[in-house]
Design a protein around this ligand. Structure first.
Ligand code: MN
Length: 331
């Protein structure tokens, strides 16, 4: 029997289902969790989905997020635990569940290549665009009713993980999924505007700090930004607010590699780097130099020093790659 059918059967056999996703939930995590909660309730199941309301961010616009329960209130009354978009059990955002997986039948649905198959039933498709697309496939195969609210939750999941159907993970099946969701009444203009075209003023203020810090190295082949704790403190922002800021240096035309240096709290004695690279350069190779990791296109690491020193070290490491010396360009 195939993995998807096994997962469907496990949910069909369940009476009481707890749904959990990863810490720091993104749109795929919250959207696939909400869609599953709505659809399985539609099948008459007793379903509890755990996700802190305060962690939702822009996806809070989805209809039905009031269903999400505080992870601190989670108990062990469910017979089945459905983990969504969760690459490892240590990432589960319900602390009580992490070390007690044995108390449930665990159904693990995910698209992370690194997923170690911690479930009793595992439906893992590494080249799927998103967990949301896998949930949609399950819904069609199982015959679960996808009402507009569920379709919109799946839309949020998929547009988040595919960058609005633009990243390389977008496949023909992803667009077929999008088309099917639109036919179910998804208000894509409203949702996309809420998710992508609006930003808190404090985050926009932090962005201006980031733009101010922009530098290019090696004749513009490397672009960087750097934010120290004072930028976060003075704008009232957190680390999570700057998750996509590496796209700022990456957007500099001619940049083959982009690096974002940041230290988000005054008491943090380290500097994080987020790295992006265009072929044939490898972000992971640079990150590994500093004990980090990731993929060729995107990687990260943490350096045991301040922001300025981190920039010096990274620049020295990149000098070997870009085979050039000399003073910084720009700035
Ligand atoms: Mn995902």
């Amino acid at each position: 029997m195939n993995a998807m059918q096994e997962a469907i059967d496990a949910l069909a056999a369940a009476e009481r289902i707890a749904i959990a996703t990863h810490v720091g939930p993104d749109g795929d995590a919250s959207g696939s969790s909400l869609a599953m909660c709505l659809m399985l309730r539609g099948c008459g199941k007793d379903v509890r989905a755990y996700l802190r309301q305060g962690d939702l961010g822009a996806p809070a616009v989805m209809e039905g997020t009031g269903l999400f329960l505080d992870p601190a209130s989670a108990d062990f009354s469910a017979d089945t635990l459905l983990c969504l978009d969760c690459a490892s059990s240590s990432r589960i955002a319900v602390p009580a569940f992490r070390d007690n997986l044995g108390r449930f039948r665990v159904v693990n649905v995910d698209h992370h290549e690194s997923n170690n198959g911690f479930g009793d039933v595992n439906f893992i498709v590494p080249d799927a665009s998103s967990t949301g697309e896998l949930v949609w496939q399950m819904a069609l195969a199982a015959g679960w009713k996808i009402d507009r609210a569920a379709a919109e939750a799946l839309w949020v999941a998929i547009v988040t993980d595919t960058g609005r159907f633009s990243y390389s993970c977008t496949r023909p099946s992803t667009l077929e999924c999008g088309a099917d969701l639109l036919r179910r009444g998804v208000r894509q203009d409203f949702l996309n505007d809420e998710l992508f075209s609006q930003m808190d003023l404090r985050v926009m203020r932090l962005r201006t700090w980031a733009y101010e810090s922009l530098e290019t190295w090696f004749d513009g082949r490397v672009a960087t930004i750097a934010l120290d704790a004072d930028a976060y403190v003075s704008t009232g922002c957190k680390k999570a607010d700057s998750e996509d800021f590496v796209d700022i240096p990456r957007a500099v035309r001619g940049a083959e590699m982009a690096v974002f240096f940041y230290r988000s709290r005054p008491d943090e004695g380290v500097t994080h780097i987020s790295v992006r690279a265009r072929k044939p350069y490898s972000a992971a190779a640079l990150a590994k130099t500093f004990g980090g990791g990731g993929h060729d296109l995107a990687a990260g690491a943490t350096l045991e020093c301040g922001v300025a020193e981190a920039a010096n070290r990274v620049r020295a490491a990149l000098a070997a790659v870009f085979n050039q010396q000399g003073p910084a360009q720009g700035r």
